[in-house]
Design a protein around this ligand. Sequence first.
Ligand code: BGC
Length: 745
Amino acid sequence: MNRLIALTITASLCIAAKAADRDLPVYRDASRPLEERVEDALSRMTVQEKINIIHAQSKFSSRGVPRLGIPDLWCTDGPHGIRPEVLWDQWEQAAWSNDSCVAFPALTCLAATWNPDMSRLYGTSIGQEARYRGKDVLLGPGVNIYRTPLNGRNFEYMGEDPYLASRMVVPYIQGVQQNGVAVSVKHYALNNNEVNRHTTNVIVDDRTLHEIYLPAFKAAVKDGGAWTIMGSYNLYKDQHGCHNSYLLNDILKKEWGFDGAVVSDWGGVHDTDQAITNGLDLEFGTWTDGLHAGASNAYDNYFLAKPYLDRISKGQAGTDELDDKARRVLRLIFRTAMDYTKGEGEMCSEAHYDAARRIGDEGIVLLRNKKRVLPLRLDGPKKKILVVGENAIKMMTVGGGSSSLKVQREVSPLDGIRVAAGNTADVLYARGYVGDVTGEYNGVTTGQDLTDNRTPDELIAEAVALAAGADYVIFVGGLNKSAGQDCEDSDRRELGLPYGQDAVIEALARANRNLVVVNVSGNAVAMPWVDKVPAVIQAWFLGSEAGNSIADVLFGKVNPSGRLPMTFPVALADNSAHAAGAYPGLKRADSNIVDLEYKEGILVGYRWHDTRKIKPLFAFGHGLSYTDFTYGKVTADRREMTVADTITFTVPVTNSGAVAGAEVVQLYISDPKCSVSRPAKELKGFAKVFLQPGETRNVSISVGKDALCYFDADRHDWVAEPGEFIASVGAASDNIKSTFRFNLR
Ligand code: BGC
């Protein structure tokens, strides 16, 4: 083509485009303020169209406004990887061949990194996977507080401490949302166990609610800027979490100024009138309980569909609430599906595997390492390593409920150990015990045949015989993702390990002095054998790179730096909820509602152990390293402060060992004299520092008034009482190195 003609055509196209720009309706013009666009779109919509966008049209999508070119909204679980596609109206996977994902470590592991940078990396990576798959809302992360080690879903949450969960959730949210994908922070609120999850009515005092169970959600909204929040299944004040006026209207929307959309949990809506008035915006999964099938193609009959429209046409309901819901959903669509500047995302990239491995590496917790059995030394003559246990070979990314995944690859612990050992060792394997040999979720199968019909005695005898001749024995056990373990919709029944694993571990400990137990779980487990086993590692559910991360730590490629985000009690009765007899609640005589009173109040996790001086098996914040850290004395920049000030504590920390490593310096605050009873101490700051051998760093942590407050229920406000406070700086809640006393005037 002649160059002049080409230029002329280009110029006319530009003029045409400019003209088209001028005609762009306000709601489509991304350069206009979001609120103007929302109001413009709303003003063009019919009542029916508004109704259409506030409830599902399929298992995981809701409708847009086709007439206006406003697209549908697509959701996905969450929170550890992007769920495989399901059929339009069923839970069953759609059997696509291009929807395999990277499984990132479970959120307990992320919390155990105590490293907000890992959280950002996690969010950014999973957000890119969601983006690539065309998803607008990622159903996660979860921040329900770890109240009892029996809760089947603890693995999807961030531990027992509101401050730690708050710090860790914010960068995850920002990382995801920078991809034009919304998070849905769940399950708001008080969904702290799975048994009776649809019928439990939680009774908790206001102070406990605000000090323990709400802060991570508040941080998600106010600091993270979460675009959606998912309501919970349970009840509080006799109203379900998905239409709970106090939690959604009063706290979330009015007090915290949340401008996003409240999404129901799947099957969490029960009543049209409450759904209209009590703060719900977007209804999903009605007539299912989130896991099981419901009425098919019932979308027009959703509580916020025809029944709502009927009430409006009969004048029984106004349209103010409808406009508010539609506004919030439009805001969500503009931020996600209609953000045309967002990138393409990427899926199953090496960068994502690398992120999964780094997070796993940093989250693994070295619980015990007597005689420095770890890291395993492979120098000298060729070694013999025996690996025992079902969890060394079982895929853990399938199962557990809605977080179940279809992965492109998953490295088992046994494979990870084999690859890392290379030809420096012969790696043998013995099953040791048979747990659950199944491996299927919604049509996704592991493809593993784990059948083994030998008796427990035969399995132990085989393992013991091999252990006697091995240089090292690595037992890989723990829980799995089957019902009654770390799994949605049911709780564990006991703190102990299932499938007779204690007997296997005891027998191995007798057979070989160099025994390492790798516990794969999202929950604390009892360890009656702990004194007989030199090394114990808490490995969580680590996703695609599980085996590589475990091997990295076992062989010392990575120096462990994870710290427990929850207490491991010796016995169940040592946990405050169980000590108080406050689980799983009492069924009412006249209905199926189960009242569950959180009688332990604010004394959750280490707050209880510390205050009541109950020695845990492993404390909150605990985790060892292959190097040693020595602490100097903590100092501060002031001894007196007012509520307007901040105070900065500084402590010199030295890596006094031979290898590089990271220490998590933890700051706890106590208020020894207060008009209300307070926990012995509470986490109010932490910093993870990486130190070369011999290196010293001054680690500084600043806090303001917020770190000194309790929640005064009568005033409905946070109060810091003047007087003396104590800052305790240390390496774990039970390992305080030095303290500093200061005054609030
Ligand atoms: C779970 C949610 C999940 C939803 C959709 C429910 O069973 O409680 O966490 O996001 O299903 O799968």
